[in-house]
Design a protein around this ligand. Structure first.
Ligand code: TTP
Ligand code: MG
Ligand code: MG
Length: 367
């Protein structure tokens, strides 16, 4: 049995703000666009739990938040500071687990199967991680524990705020059954609407669905949905701390859902990565893209080539392929990155082409 944790920081941006100015701690704190006395455009990034009592939440128009609580503390988004704090959180988590997959600025999966024995050990271990984050950084988090990523994530949501929750594998199905379909990890608003139209309102109803019908409606993903509704998730953690890799990231000036804009950014970065590769005399075999959406959730997708190469062209075309395949249509993207790994040093050889056999280069195995 695997033991997986999902650690998610509580009201992260607002908690970071409270950390550097404790005087706002007992007040409602809203981080996001400038409310401009109710005329402001843009949205709430997040708010602390005091502000949530007034009905304020992430993605709500800032003008509406202002109407709900005019005298709340409104603060702008300070990406850089949250990134730095996030890195500190991740460093602590990595001390406790060999395999960590960061999935957003404030959350990560940790596979602790080799660190502890059984669920009781996992609960104690989670408490230790939570305590370290609190003591070393002064920040609260919540932790979900289960035998797979899906249930760990759902358990964490149920644990919030400032809690730890264990959902045993065998209890997963019952744990999910009463929830609305849109509560299920990975189901967005549009999918939820489609599912409701098909007659599935709760996860329990979806768990009893006819699989063929789901595959008809959603393609191969339909089979995944069915499994997930039943609490099943075989997916492995994607370790984003690949030791030997070279990459670049770009934050868009304005969030964009234009595929062309993403490709242009990738092209530029691929050329820079290519230069670094050539300077260091490395060839690569794996191309990974990172997409960070405007809600700060992140997707990593990789493509493996049949052979090592150092060509910018191979990097860019693989990255384009991944973007076309995985970037969710119409969803605003904040940041994009490209990274190559599976590096091979070819020092002493003049060119990579004299080192590997080029023409047979072909991508294999899409995740
Ligand atoms: P979340 O973990 O979803 O939310 P949270 O940490 O603020 O609150 P909690 O986990 O306790 O429910 O998101 C992490 C950060 O990402 C959040 O602090 C701000 C940012 N964010 C946005 O900017 N816009 C959004 O719509 C969401 C959901 C998050
Ligand atoms: Mg959070
Ligand atoms: Mg989060």
């Amino acid at each position: 049995m695997r033991l997986i944790l999902l650690i998610d920081m509580d009201y992260f941006f607002a908690a970071c703000e409270e950390l550097r100015d404790p005087s706002i701690k007992d007040k409602p704190v809203v981080v996001g666009a400038d409310p401009k006395a109710g005329e402001g455009r843009g949205v709430v990034s997040t708010c602390n739990y005091i502000a949530r009592k007034y009905g304020i939440h992430s993605a709500m128009p800032i003008s509406q938040a202002y109407r709900l609580k005019k005298d709340a503390v409104f603060l702008p988004v300070d990406d850089k500071y949250y990134e730095e704090t996030s890195a500190k959180v991740m460093a602590i988590i990595k001390r406790y687990a060999a395999k960590v997959e960061q999935v957003s600025i404030d959350e990560a999966f940790a596979d602790i199967s080799s660190n502890v024995d059984g669920y009781n050990g996992a609960v104690e271990y989670a408490a230790m991680i939570k305590k370290s984050i609190k003591e070393e950084l002064g920040l609260p988090c919540s932790i979900g524990i289960s035998a797979n990523k899906l249930l760990a994530k759902m358990a964490c949501t149920a644990a919030k705020p400032d809690g730890i929750k264990l959902v045993k594998d065998e209890d997963g199905k019952a744990f999910l059954s009463q929830m609305d379909v849109e509560m299920l990890y990975g189901i967005g608003e549009k999918t939820a609407e489609k599912l409701r139209a098909m007659g599935y309102k709760t996860v329990g109803e979806l768990a009893k669905a006819n699989q063929i019908k789901l595959i008809d409606a959603f393609g191969i993903w339909g089979a995944e949905l069915y499994k997930n509704a039943n609490g099943i998730d075989d997916s492995e953690l994607v370790d984003n701390d690949v030791v030997k890799s070279i990459g670049r990231e770009t934050t868009f000036e304005k969030d964009t859902s234009e595929v062309q804009a993403m490709k242009d950014a990738i092209r530029k970065m691929a050329e820079e990565v290519g230069k670094e590769l050539q300077a260091k005399k490395f060839a690569f075999k794996v191309v990974t893209i990172k997409i960070r959406y405007s809600d700060f959730s992140e997707h990593l997708k990789s493509r493996s080539l049949r052979q090592h190469t150092d060509k910018v062209e191979d990097m860019a075309s693989s990255a384009y392929f991944l973007i076309e395949k995985y970037a969710e249509k119409g969803r605003a993207v904040r940041k994009i990155g490209v990274r190559v790994s599976g590096l091979l040093a070819y020092k002493g050889q003049k060119k990579i082409s004299s080192f590997v056999n080029y023409p047979r280069l072909k991508p294999v195995g899409f995740p």
